[in-house]
Design a protein around this ligand. Sequence first.
Ligand SMILES: *Cc1c(COP(=O)(O)O)cnc(C)c1O
Length: 238
Amino acid sequence: MNPEEQDLISERAAEIRERIARAAARAGRAAEEVTLVAVSKLKPAQDVRRAFGAGVRDFGENRIQEAQRKRSELAAALPGARWHLVGHLQSNKARRAAELFDHIHSVDSAALGRRLGRAGRELGRPVRGLLQVDLAGEETKFGVPEGSAEAVLDELKACEGLAIEGLMVMPPYDPEPERVRPFFRRLRELRDRALEGGFLEGRELSMGMSHDFEVAIQEGATMVRIGTAIFGKRVYPR
Ligand SMILES: *Cc1c(COP(=O)(O)O)cnc(C)c1O
């Protein structure tokens, strides 16, 4: 193992944890309320191992095949690690995703939810999911429009084998985190209404990435999805 890379990932992970703790403290929250999900997409299994060595236990991936490959490379080497699917999931891969992941952040339709529920019943354990909400009405983004979120949640509540434990948002990219704050706030308000209505089986709010997670934590994030700030820049295959 290249000790310099290990040091770099350890340092960055420690720094992120510190920033999470400070942001939580500023918001009058406990740092333990916020789970750091290290998004390792497009990074080698070795980097996941390094982050694990630095105490990270939650890992995010956005593609089934890549996650599967990495998981088999790492085999049983990461006891207690939890895997989060943060990218769009096609319905026909629901069963595979249910087997591979502990949390699915990207439940973005009732149809997908039903497929995941069926997978959960077959596996004999409920699939834990978050409803992805599209707050900006961006055609290129996945997610249930805000206006239909409660109807979808209502339908999925009746779905055995699936537990929707909260909401997830991927706001439009803006380099200025303060301009993203209204989206985080709206997701929290939507979560609170859904909780009041009895539509949710948890309080999770998956929001905030490398450049805006502190604002997300101020607005109530319980899971922050951080890639670049821990693993460095991603190189996208052409
Ligand atoms: C890639 C990705 C992230 C991490 O993004 P960074 O800006 O690298 O922190 C978070 N959430 C989702 C859904 C992603 O696809």
